[in-house]
Design a protein around this ligand. Structure first.
Ligand code: HEC
Length: 176
């Protein structure tokens, strides 16, 4: 009987010792795995938060990022009927300039799409506005665009094509 009690005590002590050693590690494992889960959840929710943030991204202060001497770039393509005709095609073509989408066929703005645009397009038919810019400046604006506001034409048109567009845009200015 007494032997049995001692044996039980020893077994109990061993069990206690083992469990004391084991449980913290179990607890730690549980912790670390729940941390991993939390991280996974976090990265999932960050992704969807990021997407939402991107939708709501504020482009209100986005502006031209042009080379410093942009306005001094010389137009290498002499204006001609041929160049203007090419420029017009690019201005209208959806997969090229697609300028018409925002600036309209007259350059004064596409009324039909206005409500869908983040910013009111500049009036390319305005003599005052257009005469204040050199061909170089127009070229660089078409090339670089404004992030989130106007697409960068250099992604879809060659240099020469962009100069044709410059030459065409010049013809949109209203005669007084
Ligand atoms: C998604 C709409 C959109 C498209 C497409 C677009 N533009 Fe624009 N464009 C704008 C907006 C908006 C502005 C005014 C930006 C500003 O000054 O803040 C602008 C400004 C300009 C300006 C500068 C005017 C100035 O006084 O500074 C030029 C030149 C111009 N666009 C030409 C073009 C040409 C050419 C194309 C086609 C290759 C084109 N844009 C395509 C929206 C667009």
């Amino acid at each position: 009987m007494k032997k049995g009690l001692i044996a039980t005590t020893i077994v109990a002590a061993i069990l206690l010792g083992v469990s004391a050693l084991t449980f913290p590690s179990i607890a730690q494992n549980a912790n670390s795995s729940s941390t991993t889960n939390r991280n996974q959840n976090d990265s999932r929710s960050i992704t969807s938060r990021d997407l939402k943030a991107a939708e709501k991204q504020d482009f209100s202060s986005a502006t031209w990022e042009l080379p410093e001497d942009a306005s001094r770039t010389k137009n290498p393509v002499a204006t001609s009927e041929e160049s203007v005709a090419k420029g017009k095609e690019l201005y209208l073509a959806r997969e090229k300039g697609n300028c018409i989408f925002c600036h309209g066929d007259t350059g004064a703005g596409n009324e039909a799409n206005l409500s869908r645009l983040r910013r009111k397009p500049a009036d390319l038919s305005s003599k005052e506005r257009m005469s204040s810019m050199t061909d170089g400046e127009v070229y660089w604006k078409i090339s670089k665009g404004i992030n989130g506001i106007m697409p960068a034409g250099e992604k879809r048109m060659t240099e020469e094509e962009r100069w044709h567009v410059v030459n065409y845009v010049r013809t949109l200015v209203k005669k007084e």
